[in-house]
Design a protein around this ligand. Structure first.
Ligand SMILES: Cc1ncc(C[n+]2csc(CCOP(=O)(O)OP(=O)(O)O)c2C)c(N)n1
Ligand SMILES: [Mg+2]
Length: 905
């Protein structure tokens, strides 16, 4: 039961005595003593097993910073409001002009309208760019606010009216603007992508953590830099948001400020009609150990609070739910008064101080510069904790007739009168015709507004946003650094994962590169045999290691250190991906060329955090993603949830991601070395996905294998022994761990009188992409082959003169090898692992999925049979000896026990 001053008169004597006592302590001895007494009573109860669950998580529904603690405002509000109004108009005009053009490109008005004041307060007084003495603030805004940011850049003369006119029309000759913040398409402007919903929070949290990591390791000076993350209240429902806030408090990220624009609405309607989103978020953040600052009411309310001696106003605010507040934003003054007061005469008395018009016009805190400034100021001064600022606003603020309405998110047009009314209210001095056309407005360069705006941004280090990259290139190591991998493993069987870990260790020791290497693992280091790195490189911990690890006396202790190099993210793929993104973009954010190697269970990459990988592409991220334990049949035993036979297929959908499935350690060495060369020496904005396996086999030496072929995606690994009938020729494509099956198939075929060459396909995706690029270029040139610069895709070039039949076997879906089928010159059979995985041993899995050596050999022989090069009798005998069963269930359609889910007509 919440007791308020208003209830005291009616409460029982005992209760009143208690409250009066604490009140007297508060007045005479101050808040610290009152808090101490309260805690003592609470602890006493806790000792008696009486838990006061909600004792401190929620504070009353009012501004956290009371009037008496509000700092003086350091700017001219009237001028700032004028600038903001111009931005509001221009942001709205961008969307209206888009609407008028009939292109249907869309846009949002309501979100920026609700967040404009907080962004302007930040831009005029807080958001500082990188400079010689300051690390620079990193901002992530609500993606749908972008029109407001473009409008400001227009005022500053950074964007032209044509560009604004071409909002959401990036292909227009005069230049256009992307809908949301997209560094990839606007690399000099936007720094971080901010979307899709929910991703910016983990991204910012781990950016803040990574900045501390760089400082701790001496790679960045301790010269500050805040991470500001603006999100919507609806957006806070995305699990990535609340799911990653604990680490921010644990890591004491006082460089992180999360601002939630609580306009109480999302796209369809209220965020929490029946409750209060601000109170709910306060509990979550406070419970997680954050500072929480609530900005609920504007200054006008302070005068009412001053006369609310009995707390009746406060009590009423507590009672109202967000659905009520939304109703008020679309109701008239008398309606609001009637509903608000109800039958409470004391409340009516207080509210009598305002006219109906004033009641209608009374603002929420998010539209009051002073309240926002106070909150931001307190947040930047925070020491030892991240801060969440919950700011109450009205969605579509200033959009006459639509403020707070359920349709405001989708509102893309205003009628002629509405435009005029809005422009006049915002004080835009354009003619009626210009307003009707939604012309943009920019005051003269020497106007008061422009001088104010420029002076403030200059003081804060220049315009925001701007993405400037100043990072030294890193020369790629000589390939001989990986001599061990190039030489092969001799008699010893090992996996590509083991080879990778050894390479990582070499890189960590490299004099030029070592310090930039950032190994990232989500609680799977032991799975990949990386535990030896714990001692060598240490696990980063802002607190060091306060305990003696249980394995301290062993050779591989669990070592945490403030200068630890490994990011151990626990079981949080979203967090680990966010760390990858922070480390992979540090070249742009901090000018530090860190090289992330994120190693994970390959199935928990794309299908778990695919949107974040896409976002990495947007943010021009660099680095290596390593899909460990990959392959549907190579990861034996684990079963359906773990066996990945499709990540390579999804990888092909990310345009700036190069993906490889190498079979041998020297291939891995060549690919990683090339990746470092492209990303860190040439500074290309690409990143790599490499699948690695846990099957042990002998790694051959590189010998004459062509590095070029490895990088382009294919080369001939071994030539078959000539067969007595030369026309019985097969070409077997192998990749990843299935290469071992393909090599065994080569031997089986030889016994069957077929000469088989083995080709190692390190990347179907790269082969296919190159081929499509060549075909497209040819298509656009048209005409005869002679007129073309390059006539044939590389894979076609490679195979054109090869007679015989072709068989590809992959531990991935057939779609992967099928992707190059257009350029394979002969009959082409693809074997892959379509279907759900299942728990079995590796050999049985390979038989089940029909990618074993026997099936590979059979596929080649059957293809030769089609060409009349193997007799039916021979085929029958071979089927028997190879164990091929024509009646076997299709693994793509069913499990061993389940009913088939494929229905062919
Ligand atoms: C992952 C994802 N889901 C859904 C959307 C579609 N969407 C865009 S904005 C929006 C509502 C945003 O509401 P809120 O976060 O409260 O922001 P507001 O506009 O109210 O400030 C939705 C559902 C999206 N962009 N991304
Ligand atoms: Mg909202």
């Amino acid at each position: 039961m919440a007791v308020r001053r208003s209830d005291l008169e009616r409460s029982d004597d005992e209760l009143r005595e208690w409250v009066e006592s604490i009140d007297s302590v508060l007045r005479t001895e101050g808040p610290e003593r009152a808090k101490a007494l309260f805690r003592a009573v609470r602890d006493y109860l806790t000792d008696a097993n009486v838990i006061v669950e909600d004792a401190t998580l929620n504070t009353p529904y009012r501004n956290t910073i009371p009037l008496e603690q509000q700092p003086a405002y350091p700017g001219t509000i009237e001028l700032e409001q004028r600038i903001e109004n111009i931005n509001r108009w221009n942001a709205m005009a961008m969307v209206l002009r888009g609407y008028d053009s009939g292109t249907g490109v869309g846009g949002h008005i309501g979100t920026y309208a609700s967040g404009a004041t907080m962004l302007e307060v930040g831009l005029n007084h807080f958001f500082r760019n990188k400079g010689p003495d300051y690390g620079g603030d990193l901002l992530s805004i609500q993606a749908h606010c972008s029109p407001g940011i473009y409008a400001r850049a227009f005022l500053e003369g950074r964007l032209s009216a044509e560009q604004l006119q071409n909002f959401r029309r990036e292909l227009q000759p005069a230049g256009g603007l992307s809908s949301y913040p997209h560094p990839r398409n606007m690399p000099d402007f936007w720094v971080s992508p901010c979307a899709s919903m929910g991703l910016s929070t983990p991204s910012c949290i781990y950016q803040a953590r990574f900045a501390k990591y760089l400082e701790s390791r001496g790679l960045k000076p301790k010269n500050g830099g805040k991470i500001w993350n603006f999100i919507g209240d609806g957006e806070s429902d995305e699990p990535e948001v609340l799911g990653t806030i604990n680490i921010a408090a644990r890591e004491q990220l006082d460089n992180l400020i999360l601002v939630v624009n609580c306009n109480l609405q999302r796209l369809d309607g209220p965020v929490r009609g029946n409750g209060k989103i601000i109170q709910e978020l306060e509990r979550s953040f406070r419970g997680a150990g954050w500072n929480v600052i609530k900005v609920i009411w504007s200054g006008e309310w302070d005068t009412l609070f001053a006369i609310d001696h009995e707390g009746v106003l406060q009590a009423r605010m507590e009672r109202a739910v967000d659905g009520d507040y939304q109703m008020y934003s679309v109701s008239s003054g008398p309606e609001v008064r009637a509903h608000w007061n109800g039958t409470d005469v004391r409340l009516a008395d207080i509210m009598r101080h305002l006219s109906d018009e004033e009641i209608r016009g009374i603002k929420r805190g998010g539209h009051d510069h002073r309240k926002i400034f106070a909150a931001f100021q307190r947040a930047v001064e925070s020491d030892g904790r991240p801060t969440a600022i919950l700011i109450k606003t009205i969605k579509g603020y200033g959009m006459q007739g639509y403020e707070g309405s359920n349709v405001v998110h989708q509102k893309k047009n205003l009628s002629g009168e509405e435009r005029l009314e809005t422009a006049r209210r915002l004080g835009i001095p354009l003619s009626d015709e210009a307003v009707a056309r939604a012309d943009f407005y920019r005051p003269a360069p020497d106007s008061e507004e422009m001088r104010y705006l420029t002076a403030h941004r200059t003081a804060l280090g220049g315009s925001w946003p701007q993405r400037t990259v100043s990072c030294p290139p890193l020369p790629a190591p000589d390939l001989t650094l990986f001599q061990e991998q190039l030489a092969g493993s001799g008699e010893r069987a090992l996996s590509t994962t083991m080879a990778f870990v050894r390479m990582l260790s070499k890189l960590l020791d490299h004099p030029g590169l070592g310090r930039y290497v950032v190994p990232i693992v989500p609680d799977e280091a032991r799975t990949f045999g990386m535990e030896a790195l714990f001692r060598k490189a240490g696990i980063y911990s802002s607190e060091g290691q306060k305990y003696r690890p249980v394995d301290s006396s062993t050779l591989m202790p669990y070592r945490e250190a403030t200068d630890g190099q490994i990011l151990q993210e626990g079981i949080c793929e979203a967090g680990a991906m966010a760390s990858f993104m922070a480390a992979g973009t540090a070249y742009a954010v901090h000018g530090v060329p860190t090289i992330p190697f994120y190693v994970f269970y390959s199935i928990f990459g794309f299908q778990r955090v695919g949107d974040m990988i896409w976002s990495c592409g947007d943010m021009l991220c660099r680095g290596f993603l390593l899909g460990g334990t990959s392959g549907r049949t190579t990861l034996n035993g684990e079963g359906l949830q773990h066996q990945d036979g499709h990540s390579q297929v999804i990888a092909s959908t990310v345009p700036s991601l190069l993906s490889y499935d190498p079979a041998f350690s020297y291939e891995l060495a060549v690919i990683i070395r090339e990746g470092i060369r492209r990303m860190y020496e040439l500074q290309e904005n690409v990143f790599y996905y490499i699948t690695i396996h846990n099957e042990n086999y002998v790694m051959p030496p590189m010998g004459e294998a062509p590095a070029d072929g490895i990088i382009r995606g294919m080369y001939r690994f071994s030539q078959g022994q000539p067969a007595s009938r030369p026309e019985r020729k097969a070409h077997l494509f192998g990749s990843g761990a299935i290469m071992t099956e393909v090599l065994r198939a080569q031997a089986l075929l030889q016994d069957l009188g077929v000469s088989a060459d083995v080709w190692s396909v390190t990347s179907y995706n790269e082969l296919c992409r190159e081929a499509l690029r060549v075909e497209r270029a040819n298509l656009l040139v048209g005409g005869s082959a002679k007129s073309r610069a390059k006539t044939r895709p590389w894979v076609q070039e490679l195979l054109a003169k090869e007679p015989g039949v072709f068989v590809a076997a992959s531990d991935y879906m057939k779609a992967l090898p099928l992707s190059i089928s257009r350029w394979v010159p002969g009959p082409y059979v693809v074997l892959g692992t379509d279907g759900y995985g299942l728990s079995e041993s590796r050999p049985d899995l390979r038989t089940w999925f029909e990618v074993s050596a026997e099936y590979v050999a059979w596929a080649a022989l059957a293809a030769l049979g089609e060409k009349g090069l193997a007799s039916p009798k021979e085929l029958t005998a071979a089927a028997l000896s190879l164990g091929i069963q024509p009646g076997k269930p299709d693994p793509a359609c069913s499990g061993p026990a389940g009913r088939a889910h494929c229905h062919d007509p």
